[in-house]
Design a protein around this ligand. Structure first.
Ligand code: TYD
Ligand code: MG
Length: 462
């Protein structure tokens, strides 16, 4: 017999930035130094026998037998469409039974909207439970009505205690659960405050366990910290099957959903949405939306064809090079890796003979998209050069290619597909690595300039 559990209630103050607990309110968080970030939480701490407290993951695992892998019965992972094509694409072709998906993103980017739309569009086949710890039921329902969603079959619950959420789920048996957000969840098993790392982790772990035991798909919504990680525990990323980031620039209506980890599909797959009055709309053919749209070519701009995920995208890279008042000039990269920019500038100096040591260099990828592949190297350098010389590239020019440390331009995967995309969108000239260029020197009306070394590329835009 377990001993009786005594439940007491107390207040604790939790930092909204880092999740640290404090016993009393104070203006500045003692852990991370953020100002005015503490808010009060009332916690029920259950004093439990130590043995029960230790009863975590390991204690619950049923005795399993060792099995030959070939004898394991494979139940084909059937995928169910979420009803949103771009969302399916990022998930790897649809939602898998029992999958746990973490969806991260900045506040206000549209996470709640996306998941509400997805739950509503799945509701006819998969009954959904939308658990909200941030908004009231009236707010959730109001949004659903305003978006014109068909919400028969969607149930909502305003609750943050994991035990009660699971009680309701066991009674209702939904096939999809959305927990909005994971940072509001807490479990009675721990006395730490809601929002603290241990609470978020343990609460998520209980939902993961529930998902695996019952085959329910679970979406966890998580806020992202200033540093870009899912607030609180990074360890969440290891527990879940897929981690999706919802990104976009605040000024832009376009949003990009990116798979960062996916046990059921490819990573770096992109789904593109536009936020409008009726919520998120899919952009199934997004190729040209990340161009700035000016009609005359501008200095400091170069269009590239990136291939994030499984389809090519035309993206504009912009650079601003300006003489620096600082002894240590700035290198700022938005949408690119900062270190890569520094490396490319060094190659430009050493192998292209063009120094920007006394210049501030800012590089931005239009539309809030993030370029992670090395094919962006050459367009970055061409944009920098164009800004430095205040001379636009020829109209309708694209470029892609990896730049090596010895000044060589290296081929990138799927060259032909990239050229086709550029030709389809009316581009006239492409500056590409030699190994990616067709022998004839042109591709469907696109003049292809093959370059082997950085100096060749610089000569091509002179
Ligand atoms: P929300 O889904 O609440 O963001 P998150 O859950 O990531 O914090 O989205 C909020 C933003 O989206 C808000 O700034 C308003 C905007 N929005 C629209 O522009 N159109 C809409 O139809 C909806 C529902 C929201
Ligand atoms: Mg929200």
């Amino acid at each position: 017999m377990a001993k009786a559990v005594t439940v007491k209630s107390r207040s604790t103050y939790v930092c909204g930035e880092c999740g640290a607990d404090h016993n009393k309110w104070q203006g500045q968080c003692g852990e991370c130094g953020a100002w005015n970030s503490l808010s009060e939480f009332s916690v029920q701490s259950a004093a439990r026998p130590a043995a029960a407290r230790r009863d975590g993951w390991a204690g619950k695992v049923d005795a399993q037998r060792v099995t030959a892998l070939k004898d394991v019965v494979q139940n084909e992972q059937s995928r169910v469409s979420t009803g949103i094509g771009e969302f399916d694409r990022v998930l790897g072709g649809g939602l898998v039974e029992g999958a746990v998906v973490l969806v991260g993103g900045d506040p206000g980017i549209g996470k709640s909207t996306l998941l509400l739309q997805a739950v509503a569009s799945m509701a006819s086949t998969l009954p959904g439970l939308y658990v909200t710890g941030e908004e009231s039921l009236a707010q959730v329902a109001g949004r659903a009505v305003r978006l014109g969603l068909s919400i028969d079959g969607v149930h909502a619950l305003a609750e943050t205690g994991v035990e009660r959420i699971l009680e309701h789920a066991s009674a209702m048996r939904p096939k999809v659960i959305v927990a909005d957000s994971v940072q509001t969840l807490w479990t009675e098993q721990l006395s730490a405050a809601p929002g603290s790392v241990s609470q978020v982790r343990e609460s998520a772990a209980r939902l993961v366990r529930y998902a695996k035991e019952t085959g329910t798909a679970v979406f966890l919504i998580g806020h992202v910290t200033k540093e870009g990680g899912i607030a609180g525990p990074r360890v969440l990323e290891h527990m879940v099957d897929a981690v999706l980031y919802f990104e976009g620039e605040s000024g832009s209506r376009f949003r990009v959903l990116r798979a960062f980890k996916n046990r059921f599909g490819a990573v770096n797959e992109l789904g593109v949405f536009a936020m409008g009055e009726k919520g998120l709309r899919e952009v199934p053919n997004p190729s040209a939306i990340f161009l700035s749209g000016g009609s005359t070519p501008q200095a400091g701009s170069c269009v590239t064809v990136t291939r994030e995920g499984t389809r090519p995208l035309l993206v504009e890279v912009q650079a601003l090079v300006d003489s620096s008042p600082l002894s240590n000039p700035r290198r700022v990269a938005v949408g690119l890796e900062q270190n890569r920019l520094a490396m490319l500038l060094a190659v430009l100096h050493r192998h292209g003979g063009i120094g920007v040591g006394d210049q501030d260099v800012f590089v931005n990828v239009v539309g809030g998209i993030r370029l992670q592949e090395t094919a962006a190297d050459l367009p970055v350098l061409l944009a920098v050069l164009s800004s430095l010389r205040d001379k636009p590239l020829a109209d309708k020019t694209v470029a892609f290619g990896e730049v090596g440390l010895s000044g060589e331009i290296r081929p990138v995967p799927n060259g032909e597909e990239r050229l086709r995309e550029a030709a389809t969108h009316g581009f006239k000239r492409a500056i590409v690595p030699k190994a990616n260029a067709p022998k004839s020197g042109s591709y469907k009306g696109l003049e292809v300039i093959a370059v082997e070394r950085l100096v060749d590329a610089l000569a091509a835009v002179d």
